[in-house]
Structures are given as structure tokens and as C-alpha cells.
Design a protein around this ligand. Structure first.
Ligand code: CTP
Ligand code: CA
Length: 226
């Protein structure tokens, strides 16, 4: 019913949303990951679908059901997520990277489950590619939106990421606040645009945060002449 009642102001927009964590496997049964629930990304994908956009959702492992009315691509690692996104990038007009991509992956992935030795052990990690930075380096007239998870110096760091990754908008999340962010139904974010605007969104359901972000996507999308 909600989808039927929503004005189709994003019809014609080809949008990819990434969501959820990535898993970086050490062996067949162990991995490095983070507590991302995927809810913010799924809320964005669903809100965009309701507004008439053609949506691809690239999702890391989550407990959430595949939303109807969009292409859903399930991936695990950052490298898989990168491949799924880059493959579709030429046909897209906008990308929102809501996924919590792991910054590192184990240098060695064991084919078999390694029994413990009881000894101290060192884990060697390799840096993962920065997917959003790669998209920004080849932006064309696409709209790019990122998220920044910060525990301190949020505004400063988010602004730096906006510039470094060549984004149109970045949504700053303070992690560790009660009832917002990771795993929660609600979020509290600050939106920073490439044009220097700052919009503070007080605590509200992720669906409402999603709609505000999509208003910005629409603005840049129109501006870029699609
Ligand atoms: N991101 C990405 N690829 C990565 C890491 C992050 O595409 N390998 C994206 C995230 O999806 C997010 C944005 O970049 O939209 C910012 O992520 P964040 O972790 O806050 O920034 P990093 O650049 O990884 O910097 P750091 O973790 O060191 O603060
Ligand atoms: Ca990171």
C-alpha cells in the first residue's frame, strides 16, 4: 500500500544500493566481519523502489528478506562486492554505498579448518580495495553517496571522505550512540553535500532517513541532466 501511495518522483533512475557487512574468511568456518545489520541499505533500496527507481541491491550477509521489486545480488567478501558493483556500474546513474565494507582481509585463506595449536598467533591482513573511491575516480555524471562511520572528529573526517572519494553526499553516523546506527531501526545522521550544505537529521526511523537521502540523490540526478 505504501508503495502504491508514494509519488513516483524517481522513475527512470537506475540506482544501486550496497548494504550489510562483508565477510572476510580465514578458513571455511571463520571470518572477520562487523555488526552491520543491513537495515539502512535495505531501507534506502525499498524507499527508492517505492518512488519508482530501478533498483539493484548488492547485499552482504544479513538476516533480512530479499525485498520485492528489485534485483538482489548476494555477496560475501569485499572483493565479491566490488566485482558485483563494477560489473553494473556502466549502466547506473547513482550508487549509494551503505555497506560496511571490511577494510582488510586475511592474507592467507586456508582451504581447511585449521585446528588450534594453543600457541599465540599473528594474523596477517591485506588492505581491501576502496570500492567507493574507485567509483569516484570514474564518476562521469553519476550521483555518488557514501556513509561515514565515526566515533570522533565526525564532521572533519566525513568531509575529508566526501572530497577524497569524489562524492556528492556523505551521511555521517556516530557509532556507539544508544538506539541508533548498527542493528537499530532508527538512525541519527548528518548529511554533508559536495556543495557545502550540512543537514542534521535528528533521530528517526531509517526509512525516513532514506527518503531524505533520496531527495538529495534526486537533486543531483536532475542537475546532471538525466
Ligand atoms: N567503502 C568502500 N570500500 C571500502 C571501504 C569503505 O566502498 N573498502 C565505502 C563505505 O561503503 C562507505 C564509505 O566508503 O560508504 C566510507 O566508509 P568508512 O569505513 O567510513 O571509510 P574508510 O574510507 O574505510 O576510512 P576509515 O575506515 O579508515 O575511517
Ligand atoms: Ca572503513
Amino acid at each position: 500500500v505504501r508503495a502504491l501511495l508514494t509519488p513516483k518522483d524517481l522513475s527512470g533512475l537506475k540506482l544501486l544500493v550496497s548494504a550489510g557487512p562483508t565477510r572476510e574468511y580465514l578458513d571455511p568456518v571463520r571470518f572477520l566481519s562487523n555488526p552491520s545489520s543491513g537495515r539502512m541499505g535495505y531501507a534506502l533500496a525499498e524507499a527508492a523502489r517505492d518512488r519508482g527507481a530501478e533498483v539493484v541491491l548488492v547485499s552482504g550477509p544479513t538476516c533480512l528478506q530479499d525485498p520485492w521489486g528489485m534485483e538482489v545480488v548476494r555477496v560475501e567478501s569485499a572483493l565479491e562486492m566490488r566485482a558485483a558493483i563494477l560489473e553494473r556500474y556502466p549502466h547506473l546513474q547513482a550508487v549509494v554505498m551503505a555497506a560496511a565494507v571490511a577494510d582488510y582481509r586475511p592474507a592467507e585463506v586456508h582451504r581447511d579448518k585449521e585446528p588450534k595449536t594453543g600457541e599465540e598467533k599473528t594474523l596477517r591482513l591485506l588492505p581491501n580495495p576502496d570500492i567507493l573511491k574507485e567509483l569516484g575516480a570514474n564518476k562521469g555524471n553519476r550521483v555518488l553517496v557514501g556513509f561515514a562511520m565515526e566515533t570522533r572528529e565526525g564532521l572533519h573526517r566525513a568531509k575529508e571522505k566526501l572530497l577524497r572519494k569524489n562524492l556528492d553526499l556523505i551521511a555521517l553516523n556516530y557509532v556507539g550512540r544508544e538506539g541508533v546506527g548498527f542493528g537499530s531501526e532508527e538512525n541519527e545522521v548528518v548529511l554533508l553535500s559536495r556543495t557545502g550544505e550540512v543537514e542534521e537529521l535528528s533521530r528517526r526511523p531509517k526509512r525516513e532517513v532514506a527518503h531524505r537521502i533520496l531527495d538529495w540523490v534526486k537533486l543531483f540526478w536532475k542537475e546532471y541532466g538525466h
